[in-house]
Design a protein around this ligand. Structure first.
Ligand SMILES: NC(=O)c1ccc[n+]([C@@H]2O[C@H](COP(=O)([O-])OP(=O)(O)OC[C@H]3O[C@@H](n4cnc5c(N)ncnc54)[C@H](O)[C@@H]3O)[C@@H](O)[C@H]2O)c1
Length: 260
């Protein structure tokens, strides 16, 4: 009997923030479509949750913990993935977030928080993208690769109390364009995905209608909505898409203050 080919059969994926909501969902969905997934998050425990889910569902995954703010740590994690699975086809940098409870207007914000937010969101993306680019350019054009970073609608529209976050996510968009130009000749596409408000279980957003109010579709954005776009960009169907940032926000970015 002929086996059914899955979209990412035989491919290796390295996902940062893969112990979290969007990263974990992306890792599980890529694995369910045949990818061998290197699950990267800051602690081994964070990685293990996603790894066990994938293995329980019959997929292939290993934990490659790393602090994405540390380039050597990211290089070592990518090297482990390459050694375990052979090469690297997909890198998705999802680790990050706003300063959350520590969010403040820039005039009141501390060096420590600003450096933390830029470190995880932007430098983390640069380190992970560089590590992936180094492996992928060695593959040759035939195999190529996919590099995807997570931006945010905040990069386009700004948000009070999140200047550091907006700058880090805007940096991701700029990096995506420049790296796409560098990596095209190696058959590697580079894109980013900019979510609006994504319902994260167990957070305040769960208890309010904030996630409903912040889009024009009248439903909550789930991690799967973001992961589906990531999977499309990773797939062969998106082979001619590069240097782009795909907004997945239920129309939130269309809002015109005071007159929607
Ligand atoms: N949830 C939203 O509404 C939303 C909206 C726009 C953009 N985003 C972006 O999507 C991404 C994922 O968000 P989420 O909602 O899944 O958050 P999440 O908190 O569930 O996941 C983030 C993960 O990153 C990991 N992480 C943090 N610092 C790290 C470090 N130094 N090294 C390695 N891993 C680290 C965390 O441990 C966590 O597992 C973030 O980049 C975030 O900015 C989220």
């Amino acid at each position: 009997m002929l086996g059914i080919m899955k979209r990412f059969d035989g491919q290796t994926a390295f996902i940062t923030g893969a112990g979290g909501y969007i990263g974990g969902t992306t890792a599980r969905m890529l694995a369910s479509e045949g990818a061998k997934v290197a699950v990267c998050d800051i602690t081994k425990e964070n990685c293990e949750r996603t790894v066990s889910d994938i293995i329980a569902a019959g997929g292939t995954a290993i934990a490659v913990p790393a602090d994405v703010t540390d380039s050597a740590s990211v290089e070592a994690a990518v090297a482990k993935a390459v050694e375990a699975f052979g090469g690297l086809d997909i890198m998705v940098h999802v680790a990050g977030g706003s300063a959350r409870a520590d969010s403040k207007r820039l005039a009141d914000q501390s060096d420590e928080v600003i450096l933390r937010v830029l470190g995880v969101n932007l430098l983390g993306g640069i380190w992970a993208s560089r590590a992936a680019a180094r492996v992928m350019r060695e593959h040759g054009r035939e195999r190529g690769g996919r590099i995807i970073n997570i931006s945010s609608l905040v990069a386009f529209n700004g948000l009070r109390g999140s200047v550091d976050y907006a700058a880090s996510k805007g940096g991701i968009i700029a990096m995506t364009k420049a790296l796409a130009k560098e990596m095209g000749e190696y058959g590697v596409t580079v894109n980013s995905v900019a979510p609006g408000v994504v319902q994260r279980p167990g957070t305040g957003a769960d208890d309010s209608d904030y996630a409903l109010k912040t889009n024009f579709l009248g439903k909550k954005c789930e991690a799967t909505d973001i992961a589906e776009t990531i999977l499309f960009l990773c797939s062969d169907a998106a082979r001619f898409v590069t240097g782009q940032t795909w907004v997945v926000d239920g129309g939130r970015g269309l809002g015109m203050k005071g007159s929607d």
